[in-house]
Ligand binder design. Structure first.
Ligand SMILES: Cc1ncc(COP(=O)(O)O)c(C=O)c1O
Length: 368
């Protein structure tokens, strides 16, 4: 098998090939495929909600990078997460990490609630707490590591062991680390989730998501859900993500070195109280007052005040308002998501320009 860097570019042993051997896999912009006779279609493609060559090429590339049996590409990360939650039945108990992207908390509390799941939040940074919370009726553990926005790290291998010993599956959102830095399935996870909108696509130009399954039976259930509920990714977005992923390994290296440079710079600033960093391109930090946080957001010029992450451009966001407004107040306070917290997605620009912009934004209102 080729190295991960090479597989970002070429994938691995794709089952689909372009008829003209195009080097860049084409966009099969078609809703349907013709049949030769009833029930007989030599390529296996019928209808693009269910499967499409461009999507298949993308899904096989992501499966290769994540070491998955199968991957489904969805119209967004949230569509992939919703499909994961569709795997369960009323009464099933699901343990969730305490610090999750706010949209997942909204999904759990405002949409999936009617499905009658018993959801409990656990501090997954301590595997012993997961062991204490898990019971025979627990069907799944769901976590982000590092988490959004507090960068809390969980031990995937230890939690997978606890989950499996109790007959539960483990799903890990690998959006922040990507398969370049972390391999949940190799560490025992049963499902990997991505907001492909972020590092995988990598250019802030498309929204997509992935649900990767390690086990063939679970993968078949995900396929049934995806073709039936229908939130699969369109061919053009598949192509954009494929194109973005060719440079994933290169980009991640630069994101990380740039983020480390920003972390070191923040460490020297008296306006900064706490820095949360776990080795990806993402960094969160608190400043001494909400006024300072708002002033930084107002004054950044190169760094864009925007709520996504993982693209070539540096972005900064205000989690309490932008990404986590639907997380209950008490939960936010306990986690440290305060009005002094900023989250930065460090891009791949020249680090000197990123620091220069931070420098002037930190200084701006204090000089007036
Ligand atoms: C860690 C994480 N998972 C999932 C999602 C949801 O992905 P999408 O916005 O592509 O639906 C996000 C979005 O910000 C995220 O940060």
């Amino acid at each position: 098998m080729y190295s991960l860097e090479t597989r970002c570019i070429h994938g691995e042993a794709h089952s689909v090939q372009d008829a003209n051997y195009a080097v860049s896999f084409p966009i099969y912009q078609t809703a349907c495929f013709s049949h030769l006779t009833p029930g007989h279609n030599p390529t296996g493609f019928d209808y693009s909600r269910e499967s499409n060559p461009t999507r298949k090429f993308l899904e096989e590339t992501v499966s290769s990078l994540e070491g998955a049996h199968d991957t489904v590409a969805f119209a967004s990360g949230m569509a992939a997460i919703s499909a994961f939650f569709e795997l369960f039945r009323p009464g099933d108990r699901i343990l969730c990490g305490e610090d999750l992207y706010g949209g997942v908390v909204r999904l759990i509390q405002q949409v999936a609630l009617k499905n009658g799941y018993q959801i409990e939040y656990v501090d997954t940074t301590d595997a012993a707490k997961v062991a204490a919370a898990i019971r025979p009726d627990t069907k799944a553990v769901y976590l982000e590591t590092p988490s959004n926005p507090m960068m809390r790290v969980s031990d995937i291998a230890a939690i997978a062991e606890i989950a499996h010993a109790n007959g539960a599956v483990l799903a890990v959102d690998n959006t922040f680390m990507t398969p370049v830095l972390q391999h949940p399935i190799a560490n025992g996870a049963d499902f990997v989730i991505h907001s492909g909108t972020k590092y995988l696509s990598g250019h802030n130009d498309t929204v997509c998501g992935f649900l990767c399954s390690a086990d063939p039976e679970q993968a078949a259930r995900v396929r049934l859900i995806s073709k039936t509920t229908g939130a699969t990714l369109g061919p053009f977005e598949c192509w954009l993500c494929l194109r973005g992923m060719k440079t994933l390994a290169l980009r991640i290296k630069r994101h990380v070195t740039n983020a480390e440079t920003v972390r070191d710079w923040l460490r020297g600033r008296e306006e900064v109280d706490n820095i949360y960093y776990a080795g990806s391109g993402m960094i969160s930090f608190t400043v001494k007052s909400p006024e300072k946080a708002l002033s930084i957001l107002k004054n950044v010029k190169l760094i864009t005040f925007s709520e996504s992450l993982g693209g070539t451009e540096s972005l900064i966001t205000y989690p309490i308002v932008q990404t986590h407004p639907d997380v209950p107040d008490e939960q936010r306070r306990r986690l440290g998501i305060t009005d002094c917290l900023l989250r930065m997605s460090v891009g791949i620009e020249d680090p000197a320009d990123i620091l220069g912009d931070l420098e002037q934004a930190f200084r701006a209102d204090s000089e007036k």
